[in-house]
Every structure is written in C-alpha cells, then in structure tokens.
Design a protein around this ligand. Structure first.
Ligand code: F6P
Length: 323
C-alpha cells in the first residue's frame, strides 16, 4: 500500500485534530502518501480530497473540532454515493481510508469496506456510545465541560438557594450526563436508559431542601424522555413544592467545541498511530479503539449499527452519594 486518505465524519469531537495529526505523521513515517478529505463522508462523494504533509497538521493538536471539516451525508448512505466516493479515491490513487468518527460514521465505514475498500475506523464521538472502545475521542473533554458548568451553577445556585436543571448532549446515550453528574455530585441524573419520573425529581429535590442543602443539581441527558422542557413544564405550577427556586441551563454544542483535554489528545494520538499500524499489518475492516488501556482492533461488523450500554448501577451510586 502506498497511499491513504483520512476523513473526519459526523459530529466533531475534541481530539479529532490530534488523531488526524497522528495518522498523517505516522503514515508519512512509514513512507505512505497521505490525503485529507474535506467535509466528512460528503467530501468523499464530492471529491474534495487533497494531499496532507507533515506541516499541514502542525499546530493543531491543541485545537478542538476538525480542521478537515465534517458533515453528515445522506448521499453516502446510498450505494450510488459510496460508488462515487470509490471513484474519487481511485482518481487520487488512494488505496485505503481511515474514518475518524462515531456510530453513524463507522456504519458508513463498514458499508464502504463491504464494497472492497480497505478501511480502518477510529473511535471518536463525545457520546461514548461505540462498541469496541472503553472510551472514545472527545468524550473526556465533553464530560469536563459539562462538569465545569455544573460546578459554576452549584456556586451561583448556593448563593440564591436555587436548584438547576443542566442539560447535556449525548443523543440517545446517557454516558455524558452520568459521568459529569457523578463527578459533580448531582442530586438527580436522568438519562434515556433510566428516565427519572418528574414526580420522583420533585421528591428528591424536596428531600434535598429539607436536609438543609442550599442548592441542588439535576443533570438531564438530552435524549431523556423527560427532557428539560418537560421537567420545566411540570414545575411551572409546582415550584413551591420543592423549596428551591428552579432554573435551567441547556449546554448543547458548547460541550463539543472545547480544546481537547490531555486524556483526549493522548487517546487520539495512540488510536491514530494504531490505525496506521492496522493498515500496515493488512488488517482492514476494523475499528481501532482502547480497551483496558490497550489499543485494540474490533471488526466493524461488530460495531456498525450497535451501541454500547452505560453502567446504570452508577446512577444508584450517584443517588446514595447525594445525601
Ligand atoms: O453525536 C454527537 C452529538 O453531539 C450528539 O451528542 C448530539 O445529539 C448530536 O451530535 C448533535 O448533532 P448536530 O451537531 O448535527 O446538531
């Protein structure tokens, strides 16, 4: 193999740039030619492919987002779109593809690998819902941003005897909410896997108030059935019941746009180098992830279209520790 391309796809994640840098420089070190694809899998369909040299990936390890750009591509989901992508790659003489992204992207990676292209995926999504990696690039940073928000809201909440709903991202997965809530000592954590009914939220906030707490934090995953809007609606007429005044903050894309933590840079670096090693070993159609601190290769067929469950027992732990 002489030439590879790198694409970042789906929602951007802090650490993607560090992964691009690691793939590029370790591939160049092995004498390979490297190309970058602009604007995600859609860029493959459109043919926005350009060479990457060592200097092109300089000064990006500390930057969030992805300098290559990203997009969600409907066209790539169709076989006709993927055929266009294959033609564009072969125009540039590209023989293999590294796909840095989360669930949807690795499903796309699997689909194009089934059409004969050597592909290696790198586990990268703030949601940390991918099988084949204990943790994914970007998720540590997103937890830290959510945690910082929780800490700040606790500070102001304490001054005013307020309870705060803090909604964080994660799509259908409650991992971010769970980890940030546990680390932030939240009184309630509600996730899609374990939706806390509004009446229980009311009781738990009331109990916290009666125990003499000066503030309370409810972390809500965006995918929870009772999302921030539903909870606020419930409390519109019931606020006096809980003692605290209730306010809400929705973090949204703020949790995605931060500079990568040291953990995410190191993870991205190891997985980037690991992806090139997999290609050099001729091991294709795999997701490169980190399992028990080791860089691993899991068949994309075991990853595509599936999600990793969260450890719901930690929700009970959070409840006990919020006493
Ligand atoms: O998958 C990453 C993620 O940030 C999810 O947490 C969130 O639900 C989604 O992407 C948001 O997507 P978009 O950036 O397209 O609004």
């Amino acid at each position: 193999m002489k030439s590879i391309a790198i694409v970042t796809s789906g929602g951007d994640a802090p650490g993607m740039n560090a992964a691009i840098r690691a793939v590029t420089r370790s591939a160049l070190d092995r004498g390979l030619e490297v190309f970058g694809v602009r604007q995600g899998l859609q860029g493959l369909v459109d043919g926005t492919i350009e060479p990457l040299r060592a200097r092109d990936v300089g000064g990006i390890i500390q930057r969030g987002g992805t300098f290559l750009g990203s997009a969600r591509s409907k066209e790539f989901r169709e076989e006709s779109g993927r055929s266009k992508a294959l033609r564009n790659l072969s125009k540039h003489g590209v023989e293999a593809l590294v796909v840095i992204g989360g669930n949807g992207s690795q499903t796309g990676a699997f689909a194009i690998s089934q059409m004969g292209l050597p592909v290696v995926g790198i586990a990268s999504t703030i949601d940390n819902d991918l099988l084949g990696s204990d943790t994914t690039i970007g998720s540590d940073t997103a937890i830290n941003v959510t945690l910082e928000a929780i800490d700040r809201l606790r500070t102001t909440g304490s001054s005013h005897h307020r309870a705060f709903l803090v909604e964080t991202m994660g799509r259908d997965c409650g991992y971010l909410a769970l980890m940030a809530g546990l680390a932030g000592g939240a009184e309630v954590i509600s996730t899609p896997e374990n939706d806390v009914p509004v009446l229980e939220i009311e009781q738990r906030l009331r109990a916290a108030y009666e125990r003499g707490k000066t503030h309370a934090i409810v972390v809500v995953a965006e995918g929870a059935k009772n999302n921030t809007e539903a909870i606020l609606h419930h409390f519109a007429d019931n606020q006096a019941m809980i003692g605290f005044e209730l306010r809400a903050t929705t973090l949204g894309h703020v949790v995605r746009g931060a500079p990568p933590s040291a953990f995410d840079r190191l993870l991205a670096t190891r997985l980037g180098v690991g992806a090139v090693a997999a290609l050099a070993d001729g091991e294709y159609g795999v997701l490169v992830g980190m399992v028990r601190s080791e860089v691993t290769r899991t068949p994309l067929s075991d990853v595509a279209g599936k999600t990793k469950p969260i450890r719901t027992e930690l929700l009970e732990l959070a409840r006990v520790l919020a006493k």
